[in-house]
Design a protein around this ligand. Structure first.
Ligand SMILES: [Zn+2]
Ligand SMILES: [Zn+2]
Length: 288
């Protein structure tokens, strides 16, 4: 049983209405030992999607940290809170939405905030959000996805301050007219994907297994089993796991399927972060 969910959002993120407190309560209900909030930090998110909100998808780290400290303080303890009579550690993370010009600003945020953890995410391609069908106009899926991975590769190299590469094949969730077929991005983009995986490994960072893919009906996490298998083949061992919940009921969603998959691929541990330091936890065989 995976006891830590290290990717989640609350109302500090534009796409969630859930209070942080309700997320902590939901995590306790799910029997977790720890969580990490990773609120959206998509600086310079393209204005056309939220014209009236210049700070869309860019949380204020100070405000986020203040609320996390309040929740931790409910236990009178430094890094854990007790509500509903069970102790849970509450991490302060951010999800950095990578763009080529943001490396320095992310560096400053990482230096100035008391962050436990940073996930690096490629949400955009050429400043367009593939969540919206317009981003796909004028491209075949292969073309846009190829650009997506190329941009990811150059961003992760330019940006030093991150701990885990989030939902690596995220873009495949949004291919228009998929009709039940799951796009195999490893098969079509193996060169650039190998380069990304090798870079993650050589820089000592982690690859995130984002279980929201199960919720999106993909029947698999992001990245896909083919990519996770390749990561392991290349010597990758470090993974983090998160459900990317935006509401309490989605916390730890898909963890049972993900654990089974990861064990079958030969992964033995998953990692959690505190003050940017990694700790590896063995998958336990006890499934309760
Ligand atoms: Zn994301
Ligand atoms: Zn997220």
């Amino acid at each position: 049983m995976i006891r830590y969910d290290t990717h989640m959002h609350s109302s500090f993120s534009t796409d969630s209405d859930a209070s942080m407190e309700s997320m902590v309560a939901g995590a306790q209900k799910a029997g977790l030992e720890g969580i990490c909030f990773t609120e959206h930090m998509d600086l310079d998110y393209p204005r056309q999607y939220f014209p009236s909100d210049p700070n869309a998808f860019a949380a204020d780290p100070e405000e986020v940290f203040r609320e996390i400290r309040r929740l931790r303080g409910l236990a009178g303890h430094d890094d854990a809170g007790v509500m509903n009579n069970s102790r849970i550690s509450i991490g302060f993370g951010l999800e950095f939405g990578m763009q080529p010009h943001l490396a320095d600003r992310f560096h400053d945020i990482a230096q100035s905030c008391h962050l436990d953890y940073i996930v690096a995410s490629q949400h955009l391609v050429d400043s367009m959000d593939p969540y919206y069908p317009e981003a796909w106009e004028g491209f075949t899926p292969d073309e846009l996805i190829s650009r997506y991975y190329q941009e990811m590769l150059s961003n992760i190299k330019a940006m030093k301050e991150w701990d885990s590469l989030a939902h690596m094949d995220y873009i495949i969730r949004y291919i228009p007219n998929q009709s039940g077929h799951v796009y195999d991005s490893y098969e079509r983009h193996s060169d650039v994907i190998d380069e990304i995986l090798r870079y993650v490994i050589s820089s000592g960072k982690c690859l995130e297994v984002n279980t929201a893919g199960y919720k999106y009906g993909l029947g698999q996490p992001n990245p896909s089993p083919a990519i996770l298998k390749r990561y392991r083949q290349l010597g990758g061992e470090r993974i983090t796991v998160g459900a990317d919940a935006h509401a309490p009921e989605h916390i730890a969603g898909g963890f049972i399927q993900a654990e089974k998959l990861l064990l079958s691929l030969g992964f033995r541990t998953y990692s959690v972060f505190k003050q940017r330091r990694m700790r590896e936890i063995q998958f336990s065989s006890i499934s309760s």
